[in-house]
Design a protein around this ligand. Structure first.
Ligand code: GCW
Length: 631
């Protein structure tokens, strides 16, 4: 086959970096010997001021490819989009795409500690820190920045929201030069840094006797800090704050509201264009399990909803997708759509804390597609708010210093998918998984079709062998891997299923804790009515007897048994599928995923047997099909 040749034409004033990325990207795809004056294809990069910020237009015609954008970032995204399409084997002359990101802030949040460990990290140690300082391989950071930019991520939050020990000093003269150097590496890729800060910093760093946000000494301290930080990093995106949450102090300790707390810091950042990303993960983590009135999922709404309109313009409330905590299945947080005068960001979790810890296969875009499709009212879904009230999408990163970035090779797809969906939440899981599989392993349908199918089914399979029908938790306490049906049952964390010998679940309708009433009336009705509540959320919203008949006529108990037996068989199917693809895969990827799948199968069996035995012992009712349940 004749080789594909190119020449590159850049308008005056075009960002040299985008051109360089284009050149290097094409060389990686087609080999270095591809530049010719009489080339088959002319690629031109040009400015088009009429395009929206960060947007790009790609167009192809016989012999020519054009990438246009209004700004440098848009151009870079256009170049990456062109390279993606080239790698997918699309026909250049048919290129035709105008793309604009839905959310302006597409943020990857690292829970990295300065000692190099990562909270809930399953892919090795931090890419950024070691032994209390910034310490990294600049080439690896550039590769990482390219990975992120190529899917449109434009912010990186560097450190754990639980700001401990040396991480406090990231905003001091001691560490800011190092942070600024890292910001410099990321900047050409259009990535802006965010730093997590401790709410008590004025006390812990500044030696003040209080961190009360309404104290003038405290606000002065934040102003000095902002002045210093922006001297080093003029384009810092802002500060991320976890306050009044899981033993991290916050404004409530001083009798102040969440708005008081956020606004004091926001006012310090505002002269520099900085934002405060204020997390809404505020709940009582010292609950008495005997208390059946307090209902943890209600907490964020209770704390924040009435403050709508009280947050400064440069505050963005960062809200986890669900009201609990990144479980495999939860309804959408009722805060979305309920604070029209407040900026919001959606927070999802890429690191698989509750979704298999990068041992079990779990394609997150399947879940994210559902999240974006979750109802806000009878007519609107979350997707409709992205770019409106919800101006940011953030994800807790799943990367570390393992060679394949994510521990489980197939978990790379979740990183890819995060950027793609934050850019365009209307993309389907199917489209994204297909892109990733083809870009990663090539386009042979003998490989792509079975692999795509396996990945797309992985979330459903995981759900089958873990906690049933939206009940969540049932994991080992603190490390969160593997089954422990009552692990959280008598704990202070507010995460109870209250199973007895007849029934399981929490009634969260108005007749119960009242959680469902936090939603728009249309949505409340949907969830409260047993006949319209999505079956996979039944036990999140309702307490039901084991004899309750599901839509397919099975009892709830039989459904639990069936799904747990099926889940294990499906994982066995994954193992077989993977084995059948061996010849079509690079050996190292084959071997490492095969090892993970073997562990997943053991985990799934453990879940099946523990869950089935638990419910058999509660009810004394055997499986209708006589399959073995350990007694
Ligand atoms: O899910 C919980 C995790 C904590 C985490 C917290 C949070 C960073 O178990 O490890 O802390 O969420 O989101 O703040």
């Amino acid at each position: 086959m004749a080789r594909t040749t190119f020449r590159l034409r850049c308008d005056a004033g075009i960002d040299a970096f985008a051109a360089q990325e284009c050149r290097e990207g094409l060389e990686r795809l087609y080999g270095s010997d591809l530049w010719r004056e009489d080339a088959e294809w002319t690629v031109s990069l040009s400015r088009k001021p009429d395009l929206p910020p960060e947007g790009y237009r790609l167009s192809g015609a016989p012999g020519s490819i054009s990438v246009e954008a209004a700004d440098d970032r848009g151009l870079l995204y256009g170049v990456y989009a062109f390279l993606r399409r080239a790698a997918l084997g699309e026909e250049f002359s048919a290129l035709k795409e105008t793309a604009v990101p839905a959310a302006a802030r597409r943020m990857l949040d690292h829970w990295d500690n300065v000692d190099g460990s990562i909270e809930r990290g399953y892919a090795g140690a931090s890419l950024f820190f070691r032994d209390g300082r910034l310490s990294y391989d600049p080439e690896r950071i550039k590769d990482y920045a390219r990975l992120l930019a190529s899917v449109g991520v434009n912010h990186i939050s560097l450190n754990n929201v639980n700001v401990r020990g040396g991480a406090l000093r990231l905003i001091t003269d001691d560490m800011l030069p190092e942070v600024a150097a890292l910001a410099g590496l990321l900047r050409p890729f259009g990535l802006r840094l965010i730093l997590s800060v401790h709410f008590d910093s004025p006390m812990l760093l500044g030696g003040l006797s209080t961190a009360d946000p309404c104290d003038t000494k405290v606000s002065a301290w934040w102003q000095e800090t902002a002045e210093r930080v922006y001297r080093y990093i003029p384009d810092l995106s802002g500060f991320l704050v976890k306050a009044d949450s899981e033993f991290q102090n916050g404004p409530a300790s001083f009798g102040r509201t969440q708005a008081d707390g956020a606004n004091t810091i926001a006012r310090a950042l505002s002269p520099y264009g900085g934002m405060v990303f204020w997390r809404c993960f505020v709940y009582l983590c010292t609950q008495d399990w005997r208390d059946t009135v307090t209902d943890r999922p209600m907490a964020a709404y209770d704390h924040f909803h009435s403050l709508d309109g009280r947050f400064d313009d440069n505050v963005m409330l960062q809200i986890k997708n669900g009201p609990m905590d990144f479980q495999p299945r939860e309804p959408l947080s009722p805060l979305f759509g309920a604070m029209p005068r407040t900026r919001q960001a959606l927070e999802v979790q890429l690191t698989q804390e509750y979704t298999g810890q990068q041992i079990d296969l779990y394609a997150l875009p399947v879940q994210w597609q559902e999240i974006f499709s979750s109802p806000i009212t009878g007519e609107r879904v979350l997707r409709d708010l992205i770019g409106q009230e919800v101006g940011g999408v953030s994800g807790v990163a799943n990367v570390g210093d393992e060679e394949n970035w994510t521990g489980h090779t197939l978990a790379q797809c979740n990183l890819y998918a995060f950027g793609r969906m934050a850019w365009d939440p209307s993309l389907t899981a199917r489209q994204i998984v297909e892109e990733w599989v083809k870009l990663t392993f090539g386009r042979d349908p003998r490989l792509t079709e079975p692999l795509i199918a396996m990945m797309l089914s992985s979330r459903n399979t995981y759900e089958k062998y873990t906690a049933p029908l939206g009940i969540g938790w049932m994991v080992n306490i603190s490390h969160h891997y593997g089954p422990n049906v009552e692990g959280y049952e008598y704990s202070p964390w507010g995460t109870y299923h209250r199973a007895d010998w007849q029934a399981i679940g929490i009634d969260r309708t108005r007749g119960g804790t009242g959680y469902a009433a936090q939603y728009h009336p249309d949505v409340e009705r949907l969830y409260s009515d047993l006949t319209t509540c999505p079956e996979e959320l039944l036990l999140f919203f309702h307490r039901l007897p084991y004899t309750y008949p599901l839509q397919n006529g099975k009892t709830l108990l039989q459904h639990i048994y069936d799904t747990h037996f099926e889940g294990v068989e499906e994982v066995r199917g994954f193992v077989k599928t993977w084995e059948s693809l061996r010849e079509l895969l690079p050996e190292s990827a084959y071997e490492s995923v095969a090892r993970k799948l073997a562990l997943q199968l053991a985990n799934a069996r453990e879940w099946r047997d523990v869950v089935n035995t638990y419910f058999y012992r509660k009810t004394g009712k055997p499986d209708e099909h006589g399959r073995p349940i350990h007694k």
